[in-house]
Design a protein around this ligand. Sequence first.
Ligand code: NI
Length: 172
Amino acid sequence: MALREILVAPDPRLKIKARPVETFDDALRTLLDDMVETMYAAKGIGLAAPQVGVPSRAIVMDLAREGEPPAPRKFVNPEIVWASDEEVPCEEGCLSVPGQYADVTRPERVRVRYRDETGVRHEIDCDGLLAVCIQHEMDHLEGVLFVDHLSALKRNMMLRKVQKAQRQKTGS
Ligand code: NI
C-alpha cells in the first residue's frame, strides 16, 4: 500500500465527472487499499478516487468510532436507487477543503447499489452518518464538493481561506 496525495480545492481535477469502473482487477484493489491508507493518514472518514487524482467511481469510508476496531468499507460504481423525502442538515467537512465545515442538507435516508472490489453487487440502506458520508463521497464522483451546496458567498469565503492556508503551508 502507498499514500497518495490528496488534492485540495480549487484543483480542477476535483471538478471532473468520474468514469465507471469496468475492470475489477488488482490495479483497482491497490487503488482502494491506497485510498484507505491515505484516508487513515489524513484522519478522514471518507475518500473518493477523484480526491487522489483518479477519475474513477470508487469510494472508501470508515465510520468506526474512536476505540472501535477499523472497519474500512469500499464502494465501486455506487448509485442511489432511492432517497427519502425527509431531509436533514448535518455539519460536513472534506479532506479537499481542509479546515472548513458547514451544514449541508441532504436526504435523511438513501438506498445505494454498488459493487465491491471483486465486482460483486450489493445494495444497502443508509441512514445517520453513513447516509451523509456516502452522499458526500458520491458527490465527488460528479465533481461536486460540499461547498457547492452553500451560497456563493459562503463557498468563496471558505475557498479563499483554504487557498490562503495552502500558500502559507508551501511558503509561496
Ligand atoms: Ni469530501
